[in-house]
Design a protein around this ligand. Sequence first.
Ligand code: EPU
Length: 338
Amino acid sequence: MVIYQNISLKPYNTFGLEASASEFVECNTIEEVQVLCATFNLSERPLLILGGGSNILLTQDFKGMVVKINLKGIAKVKEDEEHVWLKSNSGELWHNFVMHCVEAGLGGVENLSLIPGYIGAAPMQNIGAYGVEVKDTVEEVIAVEINSGKLVTFSNEACEFAYRESVFKHKHKGKYIIVSVTFKLKKNPTINAQYGAIKEVLQQKGILEPSIKDISDAVIAIRQSKLPDPKVLGNSGSFFKNPEIPTEHYNQLKINYPEIPGYVSGAELIKVPAGWLIEQCGYKGKVVGNTGAHKQQALVLVNYGEATGYEIYRLAMEIQNSVRDKFGILIVPEVNII
Ligand code: EPU
């Protein structure tokens, strides 16, 4: 393991932002992660664990150690009549894992096709799309405790999953490095084609009884048509979480904005698409300097090439204030701001 000094993080974040790390190390095995934790006092210095870099906004140089997780490998660990359990190390590309499952006819993650990032980030923020969240297939997560270098296993319950949330973002923030995730997948998949856009694609293709491959293909087509490819236009997916507001507040807004979309998300709570709120504030497709809200999905902030992280941050705060002033709703970033 080599520790490099003053390394540019530009190739390691999907916003394509320039920022340097004081120290940078890559781990290729679980043992290397353990040795790193046991040898260095990682908890005593600023630490950034990096997978695909698809959920971070670097607003300044990072004066600490960046640990890039390169742990590869997918293996079958168990099988019964109905399920197969696959364990993936955390440095595998999420989409490669999804393709592995789809090709093997194993259901559960096909709606999550083409989500950028690595396996390790999937349970961290409970990735979700098109009616499915990863929490529904995660069996367990294995992580190295940063303080001791010891391996700790978290059951699905212990991960305390919620909408784009887990225990690793709160109670255990900065305490563990996820090294593998085990998924419980179905041999006879339950097809989830409820999401409007998926239904439309299947209808257009005349598919009445979709396979998981059909669902995956439909999701890939929808994402490619709506969401910018980070390789072409720097971005990190949805910048904000969709806010959940009291039903009473939602009903009040409906008087002035009868077309406001909303989905019941709990007792007396309605989830409102942040993309709609941002669009109503006039930001959809608006270019502000080197950044802006994407023209097809206002929830995605983009780097038109030369943006700084701080510039994107300033726009995000401007949008946050604008939504709060117009609707009285606080939208909170989903992206990790460094
Ligand atoms: N909408 C607008 N204008 C916009 C964007 C959206 O009016 O510019 C409204 C429309 O009413 C649309 C609704 O918002 O019907 C929902 O839009 P979309 O289907 O694009 O989903 P989303 O709620 O904006 C969430 C996830 C995405 C995920 C999609 C699809 C969050 C924060 N985002 O976005 O996840 O792909 O659903 O399931 O929950 C990500 O987390 O990075 C991400 C891309």
